[in-house]
Structure formats: structure tokens, C-alpha cells
Write a protein that binds this ligand. Structure first.
Ligand code: ADP
Ligand code: MG
Length: 316
């Protein structure tokens, strides 16, 4: 073996230099990405015919050894590579079983002002810190759809931790997404940029705002969910490939009581809910306090934590 992914992709029947270039541009940089794609999608992003795409996918499936069950002990070994990022609040970290996990999507949902964006800022600051302090020693890519990223907030949070704000700001890469399509393309861009920077976190704030605004009415629902589903799976793959934390936000209407009995309330409903690994419902409490409720987790109990949002950022 010893071939690079690019060499392996180049060797696939049907992939010449021109198609290789298109695949690279579309962010396909390993065999598995091609192997698990659909002909329709690959044809579209690589601007090739659907039958060509199907042939390439079939060849990639052979070359990539897609099949395979693993025993629990092997999976346990891989689980050990999962790192945990601190939020700055002990209570919130405990709720999450020690911090926010890499290789997983964590969804913050809650009404306007509940602290979703503040948490994203804080996690981006914390991700730069040494692992011995609960950080990931890495950069953050942030897809900002509502233009709520504030470098001033990063500076405040960095100063509160006696970190050099300029140094921290250089490790947070922010892209504005102008619509939902642009938002999804920025994940491909993130894959590309990850070759250049040691990224350990990808944030999408807000995951759902553009989708909600653009796909209106019953007729558009299926398409919206399909697009959102693909976007979520791209994010999850990013988390897996780069052992990164994926944090996304989702705004919901301010009716917490009605909400729990009504799973259709958060935007993206079932799709976002089923693809996010952890879902945290945030709500405001008195005096800058926030309550986080862990709603859905593969291995942690449903529980609540109280934390604080202040000028210094997130704390207990
Ligand atoms: P959303 O859930 O809509 O993203 P945010 O995360 O932006 O909400 O939270 C906004 C809230 O965060 C503000 O209402 C305020 O309570 C708090 N906040 C923002 N900046 C500061 C600050 N510099 N000092 C203290 N609290 C702040
Ligand atoms: Mg926000």
C-alpha cells in the first residue's frame, strides 16, 4: 500500500486528471467519501455524467473496503481517541460526561438570547487551550449565518483566561454564509482549509436559520429536510476525519412547556434531532444564569446543569 488518498482516487477507472481535479475541488479527498456517495450527488458536484459517477463509486467501494463489522473492543479503542472540550463551566462539563466530545455533533437549541452564540464563542476560545486544561490545542472554523460573531467577545473571554487575544483570534476562522447553499459549500471549504490549519472544532451558528427562511411551506419541507440531512452528515464526517468537535445551533420558539410535548417544534425536527449526537436545550434563568438540559445522548442520562453567562464568558 502506502499510496496517498489522491493516488488511490487517481487510480480509479474512469478518473482522469480533469475529473480528479473536479473531485478535489468538491472536497473529495479520500476514497471512502466517494464510496459512500450517491451517483446523483457525485455527478452533480463533480460535474460528470451520472453513469460515470456510478462507475467511479463502484470502483471506490471495491478499493476502499467499505464492508465490515468491528468487535466492541476495537470500537472501544477508537472511542479512546475521542477528546473532550471544556465549556468553562464544571456543571455543564459534567452534564456532558466531562466535556464536549470530538467526533460528534452537539446541537444547542433554545430561544433567542438563551446563550447559544455565547457558548460557541467560548468553545472556540477554549479549543485553543492545552489539553491539560480541557482544550484541544487547535483552531476553530466557524460558519456564521446570522452575522453574530463578535471578535470583541473573543477578546473579553481570552483576557478573562489571561490568554493573548490576538493569538486566540488568529486561531478562529470565520466565514459568513449568505444562504443555505453557501452554508453547505463552506463545509467543503472547511475540508480544504483543514489541510492548512490544525482544526479541532467546526461551528455552525445557526444551523437552521437559512433553511427555515428559504424553504417555506409544506411543499418545500421534504427538500429542506433532505438538504439539512446531507449537511449534517457532511458535518459529522468532518468531525470524524479531523477528530473535531462539531457544535451547531438551532433557534426555537419561546414555549418551553409546549415544546417537550411537541417534537416538531425545533427547526429541522426529526432530521436534526436524529443526526445530532447530543442535543442541549438552553433556557434563560435569573441574573445571567442559564439552564442547560441534555435531551438526547447515546450514553448519558437526561439531566440539567446551571451555568452563567457574563462578560468573562461561560462559568459556573
Ligand atoms: P442566542 O441563543 O440567541 O445565540 P446569545 O448567545 O447571543 O443568544 O446570548 C445573548 C446573551 O448573552 C445576552 O442577552 C446577554 O445576556 C449575554 N451576553 C452577551 N454578551 C455579554 C457580555 N459582554 N457580558 C455579559 N453578558 C453578555
Ligand atoms: Mg445566536
Amino acid at each position: 500500500m502506502g499510496m496517498t488518498d489522491e493516488e488511490e482516487i487517481e487510480k480509479l477507472p474512469g478518473v482522469g486528471p480533469a475529473i480528479l481535479e473536479k473531485l478535489k475541488e468538491a472536497g473529495y479527498n479520500d476514497l471512502m467519501m466517494i464510496a459512500v456517495d450517491t451517483p446523483k450527488n457525485l455527478a452533480e458536484v463533480a460535474e460528470i455524467g451520472e453513469s460515470t459517477a456510478a462507475k467511479i463509486i463502484a470502483a471506490a467501494k471495491k478499493a476502499a473496503d467499505v464492508g465490515g463489522f468491528e468487535t466492541g473492543d476495537v470500537i472501544l479503542e477508537r472511542r479512546k481517541t475521542v477528546a473532550k472540550l471544556t465549556s468553562g463551566s464544571k456543571a455543564l462539563d459534567e452534564l456532558m460526561g466531562g466535556g464536549f466530545e470530538t467526533r460528534a455533533i452537539t446541537e444547542f437549541f433554545g430561544e433567542f438570547g438563551s446563550g447559544k452564540t455565547q457558548l460557541c464563542h467560548q468553545l472556540a476560545v477554549n479549543a485553543t487551550m492545552p489539553t491539560s486544561e480541557g482544550g484541544l490545542e487547535g483552531h476553530t472554523f466557524m460558519i456564521d449565518t446570522e452575522q453574530t460573531f463578535r471578535p470583541e467577545r473573543i477578546t473579553q473571554m481570552a483576557e478573562a483566561k489571561e490568554l493573548d487575544p490576538d493569538d486566540i483570534l488568529k486561531k478562529i476562522h470565520v466565514a459568513r454564509a449568505f444562504n443555505s447553499h453557501h452554508q453547505t459549500l463552506l463545509v467543503d471549504k472547511a475540508f480544504e482549509m483543514a489541510k492548512e490549519f490544525p482544526v479541532k472544532m467546526l461551528v455552525v451558528d445557526s444551523l437552521t436559520a437559512h433553511f427555515r427562511a428559504e424553504y417555506i411551506g409544506r411543499g418545500a419541507l421534504a427538500e429542506r429536510q433532505q438538504m439539512l440531512n446531507k449537511h449534517m452528515h457532511d458535518l459529522l464526517r468532518f468531525g470524524d476525519v479531523h477528530n473535531a468537535v462539531i457544535a451547531v445551533t438551532n433557534q426555537v420558539a419561546a414555549k418551553p412547556d409546549a415544546f417537550f410535548g411537541d417534537p416538531t417544534r425545533p427547526i429541522g425536527g426529526h432530521i436534526v434531532g436524529h443526526t445530532a449526537t447530543f442535543r442541549i436545550y438552553l433556557r434563560k434563568s435569573k441574573g445571567g444564569k442559564r439552564i442547560a438540559r441534555l435531551i438526547d445522548s447515546p450514553n448519558l442520562p437526561e439531566a440539567e446543569a446551571v451555568f452563567q453567562v457574563s462578560e468573562a464568558g461561560i462559568s459556573d
